[in-house]
Design a protein around this ligand. Sequence first.
Ligand code: ADP
Ligand code: MG
Length: 726
Amino acid sequence: MDQIPVEQLKGVGPRISERLQRLGILTLQDLLFHLPLRYQDRTRLRPLADLVIHEEVLVEGEVVDAQIAQGRRRSLKIRIEDGRGALLLRFFYFTRTQIEAMRPGRRLRCFGEVRQGPQMLEMVHPELQSLEQPAGQTDGSATGPESGSASGSAIDPTTGQAVSAPANPEPAGRLTPIYPATEGLQQTSLRALTDQALDRLQHDSAALKDWIPTSLTAPLQLPALANALLLLHRPPADAGAELTTALLERSHPAFQRLAFDEMLAHQLALRRLRRARGAQRAPVLRGDNSLRERLRAQLPFQLTGAQQRVLDEIAADLEQPRPMMRLLLGDVGSGKTVVAAMAALQVLEAGHQVALMAPTELLSEQHLQSLQQWLEPLRIELAWLSGRHSGSERALILERIADGQARVVVGTHALFQAEVRFAELGLVIIDEQHRFGVHQRLSLREKGERDGAIPHQLIMTATPIPRSLAMSAYGDLDLSEIDELPPGRKPIATVAVPDSRRDEVIERVHAGCREGRQTYWVCTLVEESDALQAQAAEDAAADLRERLPGLRIGLVHGRIKAQERASVMAAFKAGELDLLVATTVIEVGVDVPNASLMIIENPERLGLAQLHQLRGRVGRGSIDSVCLLLYHPPLTRAARERLDILRREASGFRIAEADLRMRGAGEVLGTRQAGAIQFRLADPMRDAALALAARHAADRLLVDWPDHVEPLIRRWLGRRDDYGHV
Ligand code: ADP
Ligand code: MG
């Protein structure tokens, strides 16, 4: 069925074909994998006396009255009764023929959502079906509105066109699927088309090959593929509320079967990627410990056990002739930068260059400063390449990178550009993985390719991702985790304050700064616009300068020139500024241990992960820190819950889990930008148990059914090229 174009189905002309294509449906297989979003229950008639507001129900009744109401909006009101109860049908769009057809005595079957109207319960624009008159009663026209058919007829509510139907049909025998649709493609046609595809499947279940042997699915109590699809598209009527709930929550075995197939296909694709990686060569970077020893001796602290463990894992990888692909997870403030520096030194000891890439200019500047502070005493040459360097300055930097003088190169995505050439790149370190996509990740690696060997890669992220999720989402990477904060960290007291108490907060900032605490004042905006963000920060800074004339106040945002920003940050770090007004540009990486007070304006606009990142800018020293969430009431329920979680929880891991519960895996990982896998049906969190099973199944399939591997990957990832680049 993956070979049969939808055009073979009845009713698919060029127009429908084009619309199906918009939904990604080209073949019968695509159509079968286009699953309903939800279901309607048209299997039972609901007495009009038992209606419940907001429920979608099927009802029948006799027209007792039809009239046009001239309210604010003209509408056609039809009252129907069934002997015990009554319901009002309301239409805002209607035709003359429709009004005339609605004469008293006509029997109607309707499907729609029950709402509370001004006088009584209503259905607005229900789907209508005109039923045959009871014996002995004749209706002048004996036809449905706008219909010439002699028996009952259905009226498509959106087109107003009649669809012929058998006389007084029984209610549906199965739940009615509602598919993801697109403009110009009705549910009725999607149903008619899936009917045809399902019909073929039912008569010849081999038409859609089930690439996964029953011996793998049966122990998991998962149904055969064809059965799963039949059930999902046309669930039986008698199943009751439990089945409907299981289908909606996607915990039903039929749905789980498909999620399993999808995760298995991804696992197989990742295995293929890994195998290909195993065949790739990378420089063996052993090093003699000389530089690492010197840095260790010079650090004002000892590495934590977790940092050391992770460093050992990285060191072992770098000594392999295969490229390392390692994801380093570590909460905000867990000390990833020094780990990156130590890893870099091993590479330098072995005579290769290191590239360190950050998602923003500001963060790359911060990294540059940390590295300078540690590496310059060791006489290591660093280069900083940013989008702002141009002309001869840029040419000079590029030359130093190309001839190998610059040993460590720090930058943003500017490092991806074709003109950047390295002499002997051995390791690429990417900070804040979630901002880079898989493609970018791969492209920087190719950049360093030399004599068939490609550089090792270390990806650092402070986005706390539960490990289970990371395993299935970043399956092509090995994982290291810094699960311990440096000692002596004081917890951050987090308090939510309504902005009606802004004056009080400003007074508190004043008092804090006079005690020698440094303070961040963070302005947030919903809009992504740089300009608006900048303006908000400018305004806040102007206001604070006016009200706190005694304080030294700095300002950073995305619109300020890199050089000026760097000098403001340096001044803040050196304690020459008391208060730093900033946009969320300081979200990642900024490290000023003496800063111990943070005000976040309108925190309700941000997600949990971002708030946690921001808050992580304080609590880095040995003084007690405070984070004030200056919110604008009223809060939505979700916003209140986010702020509550933040007040209660300090651990990024637990915050991530709460975030996951509230939002689902897709959003936590970010949607478009994420380097994470995007599943169509599976959800790595909800289906975590299946993910594990899929990993085992992948092992078995590769050994015992190797020729099923490619077709399965093609079925689920066929038109995507996420993994095509290796
Ligand atoms: P993140 O993981 O968020 O990038 P950083 O690398 O910025 O964290 O480290 C946060 C702070 O902790 C920095 O000031 C760093 O120098 C300090 N630090 C790192 N490791 C240790 C350690 N083992 N003991 C004490 N302080 C440390
Ligand atoms: Mg960092």
